[in-house]
Design a protein around this ligand. Structure first.
Ligand code: TNX
Length: 513
């Protein structure tokens, strides 16, 4: 027979009252002390505990069938953490229940009501429920308490969490063009991003050194353009089926994929495959260096736009999200007039295929029809020009948000052109105060790939900084505090270790290695 929670808690207290103190840490009962990242909007604690055990059943009370997938995902992840296989049952209102409810203004909002004998998650949408189960996962301790009867329980502190994101767009970018990363690598990264409530994943698919996405009507792009990368490594590309697998995997985690085809600069690999695209007046050669700013499409040739039309059409057809990123950065050898003409013409193609255009901040120098989005990375005047013509902004200031900058002088990987970005610098800035909030879509941390070749090197640059950007996007300024964050982050080492994620052993975090 199943013991009641109060009886169990009493047992635990009796069992551990004469044990060393560390055992008590395994039964935290103050929800306000929970090490959740991103920090939730509101927490009230009621000082007791809910015991999860192998008999706990997960029920779903929802009209939207997508809630069932959320319950299955939670059950899988609880199994990963605890080893217990919780049943997802059709019986309504079990102890752990995920319920669809009305009254939420924000699609990603949720409420978690934890009492001694029940844990109820309420959300208006499956996306909200999905964010909510990440909080549940984080509340489950890494280690169980074993009762006198050899019966493991995982104690979750009681109280209420009312939560929603401050930005609707919380993203990170991965450059798979400089060095290619496999579908498996990308999936592993997405799993971890989901845990921190990211909802967008921008994938930089093309650059001078490599073209990484199959375009069926222009096969040489990958046949010729994907064979190598920075430093002359093996290269690679996604077939359209591979890419769809990534989009679907992300969608299961309520993450939207934004594909980027960077142009008119950063296009050497495309021109290598189809030399008519080239507009820089020179013979095209394979380039594996880290150089930027030397390539351009011929922006005055109609066939170039016929090509771009095919590329955008094919990729848009297999992208479920609303955006298409056209790059537009560092087109240093494109004449200013040609650049503007190009961006204005490509915006129309993006619209034709039902997507909203995003570009790096330089695209705001063109006169856009909109709605369109500028990604501020470098030039504040460009960002302001974007605002002035009604564009929304994505904030990716290179000196704060670039995951490819070195942490410090000891960093094994990374660049330093925008400065060193230690873990505290990455966290301590306020995206709310840079531009009027109504113009800001959200925050994105880009990871450029020049110096990283393997998933472990990718993780070294991303972790732990990418966790901090998740909090900058989700949590309000009042709820963010470096001293408090740093303690929560140190605890997350256990999660990263358990999931085989490499991370930089930052001297500013007491990670207890
Ligand atoms: C600038 S940021 C670039 C990329 C490089 C990156 C390296 C931006 C829009 N363009 O092409 O990879 O610096 O940090």
């Amino acid at each position: 027979m199943k013991l009641t929670t109060s009886a169990l808690l009493l047992l635990i207290l009796l069992t551990f009252s004469c044990q060393p103190k560390r055992h008590i840490d395994f039964a935290p009962t103050d929800l306000k002390e929970a090490k959740v990242i991103p920090e939730p909007l509101e927490i009230t604690a009621s000082g007791s505990g809910f015991a999860l055990d192998k008999y706990t059943e997960i029920s779903v009370v929802a009209e939207d069938e997508a809630f069932e997938d959320v319950a299955d995902y939670l059950s899988d992840k609880i199994k990963d953490r605890t080893g217990v296989d919780l049943k997802v049952t059709s019986r309504s209102y079990t102890q752990l229940s995920i319920q669809q409810a009305s009254g939420f203004d924000n699609d990603e909002a949720y409420v978690l009501i934890i009492k001694e004998d029940s844990l109820i998650l309420k959300a208006g949408t499956a996306a909200g429920a999905f964010r909510g189960i990440q909080t549940i996962r984080q509340l489950i301790p890494e280690e169980a308490i074993t009762t006198l009867a050899d019966y493991p329980i995982w104690v979750i502190p009681t109280g209420t969490i009312t939560d929603e994101p401050q930005f609707a767009f919380r993203s990170t970018m991965l450059d798979v063009a400089r060095h290619f990363f496999s579908v498996k690598d990308v999936k592993k990264y997405l799993d971890i991003l989901a845990y921190y409530k990211y909802n967008t994943f921008h994938i930089h698919l093309t650059d001078d050194q490599g073209w990484r996405i199959e375009i069926k009507s222009w096969p040489k792009l990958t046949e010729v353009g994907s064979t190598t990368g920075v430093g002359g490594g093996p290269g690679g590309f996604y077939t359209q089926e591979d890419y769809q697998e990534i989009v679907a995997y992300a969608a299961e985690r309520h993450i939207t994929v934004i594909p980027e085809v960077d142009m008119p600069g950063h296009t050497n690999s495309a021109s290598l495959a189809y030399p008519f695209l080239n507009g820089n007046g020179k013979e095209i050669e394979l380039v594996t260096s880290m150089a930027v700013g030397y390539s351009t499409f011929d922006t005055r040739k109609d066939t170039v736009y016929a090509f771009i039309d095919d590329v955008i059409r094919e990729i848009s057809a297999i992208t479920s999200g609303p955006y298409f990123h056209i790059g537009g950065d560092e087109s240093h050898v494109t004449e200013k007039d040609d650049y503007v003409y190009f961006v204005e013409r490509v915006e129309k193609i993006v619209k034709k295929y039902g997507k909203t255009m995003i570009g790096w901040d330089e695209v705001a120098t063109a006169n856009l029809e909109g709605p369109a989005v500028a990604q501020w990375w470098n030039d504040k005047e460009n960002a302001q020009a974007g605002i002035d013509q009604g564009m929304k902004l994505i904030l990716s200031p290179a000196n704060k948000a670039y995951l490819d900058m070195k942490y410090d002088d000891n960093s094994e990987f990374g660049l330093r052109w925008a400065g060193l970005i230690p873990v505290d610098t990455a966290y301590i800035w306020n995206p709310e105060t840079l531009f009027p909030m109504e113009h800001v879509l959200g925050v994105e941390a880009p990871l450029w790939g020049e110096t990283i070749r393997t998933i472990s090197e990718l993780e070294y640059l991303a972790f732990p900084r990418v966790i901090g950007y998740a909090e900058l996007g989700w949590s309000t300024q009042e709820n963010r505090n470096w001293e408090d964050y740093k303690k929560r982050l140190a605890h997350h080492r256990l999660f990263l270790d358990a999931n085989g994620v490499n991370y930089y052993k930052s001297p500013v975090i007491e990670m207890e290695y």
